[in-house]
Write a new protein. Structure first.
Length: 339
């Protein structure tokens, strides 16, 4: 891609946007699981508080059907959209090629901005270049922190998955773990790979990687159960997404294992499980904040030329640990579907 044609290359005096989340409202809207078909969000929502002309933003993620993590991302995005007088169009597909087609659909619709996840950045490189060539600003969120600058995105909102993994490994050392299995629900997802690699780097015990089919929860359960029966020395099961942690708990019980379960990501069901002691702890990357900042960032860029991080640094939304010591404070927001 010709980087000289990208808006970042034409900036004369980069300045960092003020904290876009300063006035975060928690009035999220309900959402359903994403799929291949694009859908317009907030058709019945208020016009928003901004007096600026309505703009259209496409949010394109790699959400797999039934993955409720993305409901939280969408609530954050919709809250920003309602505030900023933005028409939000959401679409998703876990297949990278199909996700690239969804980005192309957004380009064809001549949207004013695109927010995209980069779980498999190489597959999206070409279509992001097309968006840039069409004069459409693109920001990244959630996945792709190591690639967003190379792909020419304006800004990125998410957590450094390697750093999160390293922090997780240190936490396992603190609790005395000796043999952990890292359960990967989507092979080839760069963020998930980085989580396990980061964990292995700092964890002083043994790390094993177990690949499962995240779109088939009964299969996830049986695969984890078989692994625990095969290796009774496993004392921690590490899941990389909130929906998989309760399933791992079931696997531990079914296998007659003494292993404990900890996870990346959070939702309202998980806060209760942490309170009950079924889950030991979770790493929260604040997906609501990722969705909110991505949409609000595009609005700020269009209406005031702002770009967070000056186009050079990402805006980190995690990692933050949630355990019994602080879960009660977080649970009130998780109950609303915003944490």
């Amino acid at each position: 891609m010709d980087r000289s044609s990208h808006p970042r290359s034409r900036r004369v005096a980069p300045f960092v946007a003020a904290a876009a989340a300063a006035a975060l409202a928690l009035a999220g809207c309900s959402s359903s699981s994403g799929g291949k078909k694009s859908e317009e969000g907030g058709a019945d929502a208020s016009a928003g508080k901004a007096s600026t002309p309505q703009m259209t933003v496409a949010l394109v993620t790699h959400q797999a059907p039934g993955d409720t993590f993305w409901d939280i991302v969408r609530k954050g995005a919709q809250t920003a959209a309602d505030k900023d007088n933005v028409k939000l169009i959401y679409s998703a597909d876990p297949n990278a090629g199909n996700q690239a087609n969804l980005v192309q659909n957004a380009i064809d619709q001549k949207v004013d901005g695109i927010a995209v996840t980069l779980a498999k950045p190489d597959a999206l490189k070409g279509v992001i270049a097309k968006a840039t060539a069409a004069g459409i600003p693109v920001v990244g969120l959630n996945s792709g922190l190591s690639d967003w600058k190379d792909l020419g995105l304006l800004e990125f909102f998410g957590q450094d998955e390697t750093v999160a993994g390293e922090a997780f490994g240190k936490k396992l050392n603190e609790v005395g773990a000796k043999n952990a299995v890292c359960v990967v629900q989507e092979q080839g997802n760069i963020g998930l790979t980085q989580r396990c690699a980061g964990l292995e780097k700092t964890f002083e015990g043994k790390t094993q990687v177990l690949n499962v089919n995240g779109t088939d929860m009964p299969s996830v359960k049986s695969t984890i159960t078989a692994k625990l029966k095969q290796d009774s020395s496993i004392d921690y099961v590490v899941t990389l997404g909130a929906p998989f942690a309760p399933t791992a708990v079931q696997s531990v019980e079914e296998a007659g294992s003494k292993a404990k379960v900890a996870t990346f990501d959070l939702n309202k069901e998980l806060t209760g499980a942490i309170q009950d002691g079924d889950i030991q702890f979770a790493v929260d990357q604040q997906p609501y904040l990722q969705g909110y900042l991505a949409v609000d960032g595009l609005w700020l860029y269009k209406n005031n030329g702002n770009y967070s991080g000056g186009g050079e640094q990402p805006v980190l939304t995690g990692p933050a640990f949630v355990d019994k010591s602080n879960v009660e404070a977080v649970s009130q927001y998780a109950a609303k579907g915003t944490r």
